[in-house]
Design a protein around this ligand. Structure first.
Ligand code: FES
Length: 168
């Protein structure tokens, strides 16, 4: 992807989001979300630089937002980003076994992406769904009451395209 293509993409997204967002403060966050969706779960450094150039928002502010929200990444990630909760309530409800099952099933550790580029595994602090712990998110979709067997089935289903609730 050329620099010109990146600039056009970022500019188009920014203009559209600016027109759609009711609150001024939402524009930066929503634009970053859409840029990340466009590039399959990550924000290229060049896109952040172009966003700074187009909007005048300091690059330091953009990076502050990117590092504050764990759902953003400037590293290339898989088509599906799995974020598993590592906070205490999930941990004591069997989260550790679920994590081990996920790592074994995917053959990767935290911060890694499967060789086929399909899954990235990340850990997260509380996802706000402790009532159904242990919990994980796959992209925007939450899965609760997990067990080692259940996560393996979910991964197979996502791979086989049987989970229409998980958007790629
Ligand atoms: S502790 Fe895991 S969702 Fe709250």
């Amino acid at each position: 992807m050329s620099r010109d293509e990146i600039r056009k993409t970022v500019e188009d997204i920014y203009v559209r989001v600016s027109n759609e967002s009711l609150e001024k403060g939402d524009v930066l966050l929503n634009t970053l979300h859409e840029i990340q969706d466009h590039y399959n779960n990550f924000i290229p450094v060049e896109a952040a630089e172009e966003l700074h150039d187009i909007t005048g928002v300091p690059l330091s502010k953009i990076y502050e937002v990117l590092s504050f929200y764990t759902m953003f990444s400037t590293e290339k990630r898989g088509q599906y980003v799995i974020r598993i909760c590592k906070s205490l309530p999930c941990h004591v409800d069997g989260g550790a076994e679920v994590v081990e099952a996920l790592k074994e099933k995917l053959g990767i550790d935290f911060g890694e992406t499967t060789e086929d580029g399909v899954f990235t595994l990340e850990q997260s602090s509380c996802l706000g769904l402790c009532g159904v712990s242990p919990v994980m998110m796959i992209n925007e979709e939450a899965y609760g009451n997990l067990t080692p067997e259940k996560v393996k089935t979910i991964i197979d289903d996502v791979k086989d395209g049987k989970r229409s609730d998980v958007n790629a």
